[in-house]
Design a protein around this ligand. Structure first.
Ligand code: F6P
Length: 255
C-alpha cells in the first residue's frame, strides 16, 4: 500500500473512534463483502492484539460466524497464547456447525496450540430444561469462565442476514422487520438506535455483565455491515473495533 493509503486509513481510524466513541479502531484495506482476503487482513490485526494483550491462564470467549472462522485459520502458536483457554461465548444459535462458537473456539485453540472448553448445551430448550441445565455444576463452572473472560472476540452481523442464516421463519423475519432490527451479535438483535429489540434464548455470556476487566474486540467488515456496526456500538462501544475500508467509508458517510 502507498503512504497515502496508509495515512488515509489512519485518518479513517481517528474519525471512527470519535464517531463511534471507541478508544481504538483499526481499519484494514479492502471490503470483505467483495474480497475474501480482507477477513484474513482483519484476522492478522486481531492476532497481533491477542499476542500483545493475553497472558498465560487467560480465558478468551469467542463467538461464531465466518469472520471468527477466518481468525481461527490465521492464528499460529505463540508463547503468550499457549496457556490460554478459549471458550464459546454462547451455546449454539441454530447455525451450521462450522460457524458455531464451540467449533471456532476449539479451532482457535488447535491453531494456537492452546486449550479449549466446550459448552454442551442444545439450541432450543424448554424453560424448565434451561433452568435445570444451568444448575448443573459442570455447566455452572464453565459459565463462570465464559462470563468473566479476559478477552471477548466477536463479530456483528446484519439482522436480516443472520436471522435467515439461522433459518428463521417468515413470522420471525416479519417481527424483526417490524422491530426495525438492523444488527445482531451474541444472539441479541438491535435496532438502528442501538436498543436491544429481541434476544435469542441461549446460554452463555451476558452482554450486560461485561465490565472493565474484559477487553471486547469486535471484528466486522464489509460495507453491508455499516448500519449493524453503528447500531451495536451505540448499544455498547467495544474496546477495539477491527474493520475494513469498505465498512469504514460507509460508516463515515453516516457521520
Ligand atoms: O452467529 C455468531 C455470530 O458471531 C453472530 O453473532 C454475528 O452476527 C455473526 O456471527 C457474524 O457472522 P459473519 O462473521 O459470518 O458475518
Amino acid at each position: 500500500p502507498s503512504m497515502q493509503n496508509i495515512s488515509g486509513r489512519t485518518q479513517l481510524e481517528r474519525e471512527l473512534q470519535q464517531f463511534l466513541h471507541i478508544p481504538h479502531v483499526i481499519v484494514t484495506s479492502g471490503n470483505s463483502d467483495a474480497q475474501p482476503w480482507v477477513k484474513k487482513e482483519m484476522s492478522r490485526a486481531c492476532v497481533d492484539e491477542m499476542i500483545q494483550t493475553l497472558c498465560p491462564e487467560d480465558v478468551v470467549a469467542v463467538a461464531g460466524g465466518t469472520t471468527l472462522a477466518t481468525l481461527a485459520e490465521s492464528v499460529t502458536p505463540h508463547p503468550n497464547l499457549k496457556q490460554v483457554t478459549f471458550v464459546p461465548a454462547r451455546g449454539g444459535l441454530g447455525e451450521n456447525v462450522d460457524l458455531q462458537s464451540n467449533t471456532i473456539s476449539a479451532a482457535l485453540a488447535r491453531s494456537a496450540n492452546a486449550h479449549y472448553r466446550l459448552l454442551h448445551v442444545p439450541d432450543q430448550v424448554s424453560d424448565l430444561a434451561y433452568e435445570s441445565l444451568t444448575q448443573e455444576p459442570g455447566i455452572q463452572e464453565l459459565l463462570e469462565l465464559i462470563r468473566s473472560p479476559r478477552m471477548v472476540l466477536h463479530s456483528v452481523g446484519d439482522a436480516y442476514t443472520m436471522a435467515t442464516r439461522r433459518n428463521a421463519d417468515e413470522e420471525k423475519l416479519d417481527r424483526l422487520k417490524n422491530l426495525n432490527a438492523v444488527a445482531e451479535s451474541f444472539g441479541y438483535y438491535f435496532d438502528g438506535k442501538g436498543n436491544v429489540v429481541q434476544k435469542e434464548k441461549t446460554v452463555g455470556l451476558q452482554l450486560d455483565e461485561l465490565g472493565e476487566r474484559q477487553k471486547v474486540v469486535t471484528i466486522a467488515g464489509g460495507a453491508s455491515k455499516a448500519d449493524a456496526i453503528i447500531a451495536y456500538m451505540t448499544y455498547r462501544p467495544s474496546d477495539l473495533l477491527i474493520t475494513d475500508e469498505g465498512a469504514a467509508e460507509a460508516i463515515q458517510s453516516f457521520a
